[in-house]
Design a protein around this ligand. Structure first.
Ligand code: BTN
Length: 268
């Protein structure tokens, strides 16, 4: 798992570095290992870890992320300070960066949507997933944050709970993971700067402008395979912390902090 390059081949925004692997277990793991190795060295700038393939790619809620070569696997290691709760909204900023990066490399507009909490859809099919992991010190302040991004570039998995697609399947087989990564790194730096300067409100507005199912009846599935509940109602918006707001039939509002969202008829 020796890195094959240290990012000099990549065009990165100022202040960012990258470590690239041909194959690795998981770019999130590589980033976490590096964070732990660096200890409390907060002088180390934001670093991308990218790989052509992963042998143990991870998705949200303990799921596997199939990671054959041809797709994009990248994780950004940050030390943003603040609490894990404050930084959690960066998943929405990342979804916006992914959608904009895909638009930049394909020239397509109006087809990319954001699905709560942090998926990106093209024509209703999942094209990207995002996995945030973090560790906090004794004071409660974040020690490090890793934002993992998987984008289906050349192929997508079959038989998933929610329909999937890829950049190639949508008519752009010429797009490479490397081109897409350059666009992602640039858009991500932009949204991170917005977050630093203005916090969540502008990110929330931009995300809601692209939100799949806003104003429609949806089902949020909370908990795990063995427990949890299905909550159906009208998707009203996001709370100040990024929670999903659903208006139930009796008019009351539910705040969902973690789960998966389906159109009502699928989730039923
Ligand atoms: C999801 O379940 O939708 C999140 C998927 C996140 C996958 C990415 S691929 C790069 C990084 N490394 C991992 O092991 N997972 C994330």
């Amino acid at each position: 798992m020796k890195p094959e390059s240290t990012g000099t081949d990549y065009h990165l925004p100022a202040g960012y570095s990258a470590v690239a692997y041909d194959e690795i277990d998981s770019t999130n793991e590589a980033a976490k290992r590096s964070a732990v190795c660096q200890g409390g060295d907060h002088m180390v700038g934001p670093t991308w870890f990218i790989a052509r393939s992963q042998t143990a790619g991870r998705g949200r809620r303990g799921r596997e992320w199939v990671s054959e070569s041809g797709n994009l696997y990248a994780s950004l290691l940050l030390r943003p300070g603040g609490s894990a709760g404050e930084a959690a909204v960066l998943s929405f900023a990342t979804a916006l960066a992914v959608a904009e990066a895909i638009e930049l490399v394909t020239g397509v507009t109006g087809k990319l949507a954001c699905k709560w909490p942090n998926d990106v859809l093209w024509n209703g099919g999942k094209i990207s997933g995002i996995l945030l992991e973090s560790a906090s010190g004794k004071s409660g302040a974040l020690d490090w944050l890793v934002i993992g991004v998987g984008i289906n570039v050349a192929h997508f998995p079959a038989g998933t709970d929610f329909a999937a697609t890829s950049v190639a399947a949508e008519g752009f087989p010429q797009v490479s993971p490397t081109d897409l990564f350059a666009a992602l790194a640039e858009r991500m730096a932009n949204w991170l700067e917005t977050w630093r300067q203005a916090g969540f409100p502008p990110i929330k507005d931009a995300w809601l402008a692209r939100a799949a199912g806003l104003g429609e009846t949806i089902t949020a599935r909370t908990g795990t395979k063995t427990g949890g509940e299905d909550i159906s109602g009208r998707f009203e918006g996001l709370g100040p912390d990024g929670a999903l707001l659903i208006k139930l039939e009796d008019g009351s509002m539910r705040e969902i902090l973690a789960g998966d969202v389906f159109p009502a008829e699928v989730g039923a």
